[in-house]
Ligand binder design. Structure first.
Ligand code: PLP
Length: 282
């Protein structure tokens, strides 16, 4: 794997990161994952715009423009010869002796990245997955794609131990999002999803799905719904850069609808696949 570290492309042996990096001490940084299909980045501009937005929300300067970040992601994809996979990029507030407050102005942020092969989750897309609800113990700025993922890690582990693919965060009885995905319920032909507030990450895939709903005249309500309402949904889906539009067929061991991917789910999946830079579908 070829990595990007501080302006240079290098193999793993050439990577030098300080033990004083604030990403390591505090999770003081932000990141993005961009999917590659057929040797092309998908929604790279949206991802890099969000990286800059996340950085700005934590008062971190990124030494690259959106276009330069896309350029780095493209280089990583090419140098690693990725056909189907993803590019990971992160920015930390740099290396400095461990004190909580921001380091001196002259401490540069550390930008790193890599690209890796990652096939589409074909089986999950076709058959659907199981999920488990967990209490949302995270902070109140989930709109920031921060390296601080302990709440997400704990939730995913709980789901994993229960044999589930994803954890669904519930805060005060309201369904928020997944530990690394956004959640949509479908009831009587209407698509419900939590509004893009400070309590969820406004996923790029979420935004693509909302765009698809508008194009297909599928009614959408970006509106809170409860755990009880979740169990009543006809269909349920999770979305993310790597999970795409994955049907969720059981939640807390209860079947959603008839327990198989439903008609609106399939329609959304089909429309999503059409937006991807694929030569052959499937
Ligand atoms: N919500 C959380 C907490 C995430 O970590 C992610 C992505 O990893 C998402 C939602 C989905 O975002 P995107 O569609 O931009 O990948």
């Amino acid at each position: 794997t070829i990595y990007f570290v501080d302006g240079q492309f290098t193999d793993k042996d050439g990577v030098r990161i300080s033990i004083d990096d604030r990403g390591y001490y505090f999770g003081d940084g932000v990141y993005e994952v961009v999917k590659v299909y057929n040797g092309e980045l998908f929604t790279a501009q949206e991802h890099m715009a969000r990286l800059l937005e996340s950085a700005s929300k934590v008062k971190m300067a990124v030494p690259y423009t959106e276009q330069q970040l896309i350029g780095i992601a493209e280089e990583l994809m090419k140098k690693n010869d990725i056909d189907t996979g993803h590019v990971y990029m992160q920015v930390t507030r740099g290396a400095s002796a461990r004190v909580h407050h921001f380091p001196d102005m002259n401490v540069p942020p550390v930008v790193t990245g890599y690209a890796i092969v990652n096939p589409r989750p074909v089986l999950n897309l076709q058959e659907g997955v199981a999920a488990k609800t967990v209490e949302d113990i995270r902070w109140l700025r989930c709109d920031i794609k921060s390296l601080n993922l302990l709440g997400n890690v704990m939730a995913k582990q709980e789901a994993h131990e229960a044999g589930c693919v994803e954890a669904i965060f519930v805060r005060d009885g309201i369904v928020m999002e997944g530990s690394s995905s956004n959640m949509f319920g479908i009831l009587n032909g209407i698509v419900y999803t939590h509004p893009a507030t400070n309590l969820i990450l406004n996923g790029i895939t979420r935004q693509v799905v909302l765009e698809i709903c508008a194009e297909l005249d599928i009614p959408v309500l970006e509106k809170e719904f409860t755990l009880e309402e979740l169990y009543m949904m006809d269909e349920f889906i999770m979305t993310s850069t790597t999970a795409e539009v994955t049907p969720v067929i059981t939640i807390d061991n209860k079947k959603i609808g008839s327990g198989v991917p439903g008609p609106i789910t399939k329609k959304l999946q089909e429309a999503f696949a059409k937006k991807l830079p694929l030569t052959v579908t499937g």
